[in-house]
Design a protein. Structure first.
Length: 531
């Protein structure tokens, strides 16, 4: 393989992704934002990790307990990699657009696997090096690990990345050998969604009840992992190596690092063996996907552009069933959230219900609103061939997003009404606030989708670029804080203004906020299409 040529081509692709369109000012700003956005998140996680380890040190926890907390963060990083990014490796191996050309080049299937693993680095490394690295650095600085430990840390983090990637690639190749490439991708997407549901359930149901009344002794017991978990968990091996480094035990640190590297190497070797044995067959099955399908004639053509676009979105949603599964899981998570906080009933019911519905409405703006534009992938160009003005096109898309998210919000509102002791007047005020927040969140999500859409997405939770996901998260937090403050101000002003402010105030404020967001989305749409 021409390694130098491959390296040059990848560098050019990265440069084109970051600074395209001939180096125009907005392209340069976008590229630097994509670079600086993850760095800001790394700084935040570093600060958060420092706070965690400082608090553990203040309550008398030893370095072993702090290392157990570090192992938990390592496990969270691996879980994030498994849930959000593993599918990208399988998609690159089986469905990438350049596979047809690569198969004609004189490279082996093992070299093709290595090339695709390198291509997946920008998508798969942020989970490890963006989450695990800051917490490891915070641990090392807090407990003063020696210089040689910092030399071992990149190897440990690389092993934490390689272990799930190798296993996932091997499993994806085997799955692609048995089913079509698209079904393999959809199966992995559904698996990641179910994993997210399981982890969310453990954190939302088990952990709060376990942490209730958690004192120093119970905290120490909770941060003492069982021996069987330490024996089989690579994240715990990496954390044990850092503990040994903090204790000044280089041999002990090396004793935990070597098995970690061995498991990572074995995982990659398994992926290499799978590619040598089965990748050819998996690629052949993926190439023949779609042949022999029966074509069904469409029904009656819609009479208006509104009906046509909404019907098209409905058919796309039914075709990409992992997206449906992901939306349903998100709906379940946010809908049952009020039912899990049994202890919160002791607080003000109005504040509790309002906070729950506000959180769900803002989250739906991300879950649904941000997906409206990138959901169509490359078909967006065909959709825009119709003579529909940007404002009207966005209004139609916003209507479709509301049709999906509104029933979920109403279901959550009913759950809050049944769970919390709220009167009808207070509940209608909460519902009015929730609907207003949802309208603004969907409009902001529409702008975010136009600005940061990833047309080559393969996972329902990754329809935006990495920088776009950072921006969407910041906007989610900002909107939640703004609306919480605005509703508090409405409560304070209620005695001084005409009655019913808590009912008509949020919709009026929502109208003032929606139109600028929709105008920004339309302007972004025009720039994207170069009108």
């Amino acid at each position: 393989m021409n390694l130098a040529g491959v390296a040059r081509s990848r560098v050019r692709m990265i440069r084109s992704f970051l600074w395209s369109r001939g180096g125009k000012r907005r392209s340069r700003a976008r590229g630097w934002f994509v670079i600086l956005g993850p760095l800001v998140m790394m700084v935040f996680f570093f600060w958060a990790g420092g706070e965690v380890f400082a608090q553990l040190d203040q309550v008398g926890m030893e370095v072993e307990q702090a290392g157990a907390a570090l192992a938990f963060f390592y496990m969270a990083a691996v879980a994030a990699l498994w849930i959000a990014d593993l599918h990208h490796v399988v998609t690159s191996l089986l469905l990438d657009s350049d596979l047809e050309l690569l198969l004609r080049t004189p490279i082996s299937r093992l070299q093709l696997l290595l090339l695709k693993l390198v291509d997946s680095l920008p998508r798969t490394t942020p989970a490890i090096f963006g989450l695990a690295l800051p917490f490891a650095a915070a641990f090392g600085i807090t407990y003063g690990v020696p210089a040689w430990a910092w030399a071992l840390l990149p190897l440990q983090l690389a092993a934490l990345w390689a272990t799930p990637i190798g296993l996932g690639a091997a499993g994806g190749i085997l799955l692609g050998r048995l089913v079509s490439g698209r079904k393999a991708r959809e199966t992995l997407a559904l698996f990641s969604t179910l994993t997210l549901l399981l982890l969310w359930g453990l954190n939302a149901i088990v952990m709060p009840r376990f942490a209730a009344g958690l004192g120093a002794n119970r905290l120490r017991a909770a941060l003492t992992p069982p021996a069987w978990l330490v024996a089989i968990s690579p994240p715990h091996w990496a954390a044990r190596a850092m503990i040994a480094a903090a204790n000044g035990q280089p041999r002990e640190a090396l004793r935990h690092t070597l098995p970690l590297l061995a498991v990572a190497a074995a995982s990659l070797l398994l992926a290499g063996a799978s590619s040598t044995l089965w990748l050819e067959e998996a690629l052949a099955r993926a190439a023949s996907e779609g042949h022999g399908r029966k074509q069904r004639r469409g029904g009656r053509l819609p009479g208006t552009a509104w009906r046509a676009l909404i019907l098209k979105d409905a058919r796309l949603l039914l075709r990409d069933w992992p997206v449906v599964a992901d939306l349903l899981v998100a709906a379940v998570l946010w809908t049952v959230l009020p039912l899990l906080f049994s202890s919160i009933r002791h607080g003000p019911a109005l504040l509790t219900g309002r906070t729950m519905l506000l959180a769900m409405a803002v989250a739906l703006g991300y879950e649904v609103g941000c997906r409206v534009v990138p959901f169509e992938r490359a078909g967006l160009a065909w959709s825009r061939l119709s003579p529909i003005a940007p404002r009207r096109w966005n209004a139609i898309k916003l209507t479709g997003a509301a049709a999906i998210s509104l029933p979920l919000l109403l279901a959550a509102a009913v759950a809050i009404r049944l769970t919390l002791p709220l009167g009808w007047g207070a509940w209608l005020g909460v519902l009015s606030a929730g609907l207003s927040v949802l309208a603004v969140a969907l409009a902001v999500g529409l702008w975010t989708g136009w600005t940061f859409a990833d047309g080559a997405w393969t996972n329902p939770r990754a329809m935006l670029t990495l920088g776009g996901r950072v921006v969407a998260t910041l906007l989610l937090v900002t909107q939640a804080g703004f609306w919480f403050g605005a509703l508090t101000a409405f409560d304070l002003l209620a005695p001084l203004v005409p009655p019913g402010l808590i009912w008509w105030g949020p919709p009026a404020l929502a109208l003032l906020l929606m139109f600028p967001a929709l105008e920004a989305a339309a302007a972004r749409m025009r720039r994207t299409e170069r009108f």
